[in-house]
Design a protein around this ligand. Structure first.
Ligand SMILES: Cc1ncc(COP(=O)(O)O)c(C=O)c1O
Length: 403
C-alpha cells in the first residue's frame, strides 16, 4: 500500500484555507482535476448528443465516459447507470415508478437507520397505494440494525425493502449481504442506499444481493449529482412517465431532459482521481479503484481509532455509534452542551464540525435526540492527525470556557 496523505492534500485547493474538514459525510472537498474537467467540458465545442458534429460527439463521449466510470467504481453494467441531480431526486422518481406495481394490502419494509431520502418517498408512495409500511428498528444501545430486524418482517406480501449501506450519522454498516439474500428469497426487491458507504468501502454491485444501489458523487470528490444503479433488464421492466418524443431506451428514459454533460465529465474525473489515491495502484481502472479504496479504508480506520480514543477521554461525552462495522463517522454530544453552540464556536477556529440530525430524522428521534440531533465528525481521505488534534483542542477550549 502506498497512501501518502500529504501528496493527496496538494490536489485540493480548498485545503489551503487552513480549514479542518470533518463535514465530509455532508460533502467532500473537490480536487482541482475535477474542476478542470468540468470547465473544459463546458467550454469545449458542445451540443446535444449525436454523432454528426464534433460538438455532438463531445457530448456523447461525456455520457459514455460517465457511465463507464461509474461502472468501474461500483462494478455494475454501464447500461444500468441512471444519472440524477441528487439521490433524493432519483429516489422520488423511482419510488413513483416502482410503486405503480404495488397493490393495497402489499407490504414494504423501511429502516430507522436511513437518511430521510430513503424513507419519505417510499412512505408517501406506500400511502398513496394503500400499502402497509413495516419498520426495521435500530438497537438503540449499539446503533446496529440487526439482520433479523429486517428479515423477521418479511412475509409473502413484501414487495420492497430499502436499507442504507451505511448510516450517515452513526456510521453503522448493516449486513446488507445477509439482509439482501433473505429479501430476494422472499421475492421482494431490495434497494441499498450507497451514498455514505461508497466513499469508504469497495463496492461490487454484481456481487451484492441488491436490485438497486446508488451514490452521490459530491460525497466522493465529484460534482453535486448522483447515480442510480440496477441491472438494465430490471430497469427495462419499470414503467415510468416520460415525454412522448423522448427515448424509451434504458437508462436514458429515466433521465429527464438534456443531460448536464459537464457534470458527467466531472464525475468521470472524480472516479479517475479515486483510482490514483493509492500511488502504487496499477492495472485497469477498476483494479486501481479497488486497491485505492482499500488503502483509504486502512488509512481512515487508523485515524478513526485515534479520533475516537481522544473523544472518549473528553468529559461528559456520549458517543452514539457502537456498531461492530462502521465507516469513520461518529456522532456524539456532551452533557449540558448545545451542539449548535459548539459547532459555531469551533468554526471560528477553522474546524468544520456540524451538529444536526443530518436528515437521519427517524434515527435521531429513536435515539432520543429529537429533531436537533447531535455533533458529527466524519473523516475523508485528506483528513490528518493534525486535523484531529485541532478538533480535540477546540472542543476542550469550548468546554473549558463553560458551555
Ligand atoms: C446516506 C445518505 N443518503 C442519501 C443522502 C441524500 O443525498 P442527496 O443529497 O444526493 O440527495 C445523503 C446525504 O447526506 C446521505 O448521507
Amino acid at each position: 500500500m502506498s497512501f501518502d496523505v500529504d501528496l493527496i492534500r496538494k490536489d485540493f485547493p480548498s485545503l489551503s484555507s487552513g480549514i479542518a474538514y470533518f463535514d465530509g459525510p455532508g460533502g467532500s472537498q473537490t480536487p482541482s482535476v475535477v474542476g478542470d474537467a468540468i470547465a473544459k467540458a463546458i467550454t469545449q465545442p458542445l451540443s446535444n448528443r449525436g454523432l454528426n458534429t464534433i460538438s455532438e460527439k463531445n457530448a456523447e463521449d461525456y455520457v459514455i465516459g460517465y457511465r463507464s466510470a461509474v461502472a468501474d467504481l461500483l462494478n455494475c453494467d454501464p447500461k444500468g447507470v441512471v444519472y440524477g441531480r441528487s439521490w433524493t431526486q432519483l429516489i422520488y422518481d423511482f419510488s413513483r415508478s416502482i410503486s405503480k406495481r404495488w397493490n393495497a394490502g402489499d407490504e414494504i419494509i423501511l429502516s430507522e437507520l436511513d437518511h430521510d431520502s430513503n424513507i419519505r418517498p417510499w412512505l408517501q408512495a406506500a400511502e398513496a397505494r394503500g400499502v402497509t409500511v413495516k419498520w426495521a428498528r435500530v438497537d438503540k444501545q449499539t446503533g446496529e440494525l440487526p439482520v433479523t430486524a429486517v428479515t423477521s418482517l418479511l412475509t409473502s406480501k413484501t414487495r420492497f425493502v430499502a436499507v442504507t449501506g451505511a448510516c450517515n450519522t452513526l456510521g453503522t454498516k448493516p449486513d446488507i449481504y445477509e439482509i439482501g439474500i433473505a429479501v430476494q428469497k422472499a421475492g421482494a426487491l431490495f434497494l441499498v442506499d450507497g451514498v455514505h458507504l461508497t466513499p469508504h468501502t469497495v463496492i461490487d454491485f454484481k456481487d451484492m444481493p441488491a436490485d438497486f444501489f446508488g451514490f452521490s458523487s459530491y460525497k466522493f470528490f465529484g460534482p453535486h449529482c448522483a447515480s442510480f444503479i440496477a441491472d438494465p433488464d430490471l430497469l427495462a421492466t419499470i414503467n415510468n412517465d416520460k415525454l412522448l418524443p423522448s427515448t424509451t431506451v434504458v437508462p436514458e428514459r429515466f433521465e429527464f431532459g438534456t443531460l448536464p454533460y459537464e457534470l458527467m465529465a466531472g464525475v468521470t474525473a472524480s472516479i479517475d482521481y479515486v483510482s490514483t489515491l493509492d500511488q502504487d495502484a496499477t492495472g485497469s481502472r477498476r483494479e486501481k479503484i479497488v486497491k485505492s479504496i482499500h488503502s483509504v479504508e486502512l488509512y481512515e480506520k487508523e485515524l478513526f481509532t485515534y479520533l475516537e480514543e481522544n473523544l472518549k477521554s473528553l468529559p461528559g461525552i456520549t458517543l452514539y455509534g457502537k456498531a461492530k462495522d462502521r465507516t469513520p463517522t461518529c456522532y456524539f454530544n456532551f452533557a449540558g452542551v448545545n451542539g449548535a453552540d459548539l459547532y459555531k464556536f469551533i468554526a471560528s477556529l477553522k474546524v468544520n464540525l456540524p451538529a444536526h440530525n443530518f436528515y437521519a430524522l427517524e434515527l435521531s428521534r429513536a435515539l432520543g435526540l429529537g429533531d436537533t440531533g447531535a455533533i458529527r465528525a466524519g473523516l475523508a481521505p485528506y483528513s490528518t492527525k493534525d486535523d484531529v488534534n485541532r478538533l480535540i483542542a477546540g472542543i476542550k477550549q469550548f468546554l473549558a470556557k463553560g458551555a
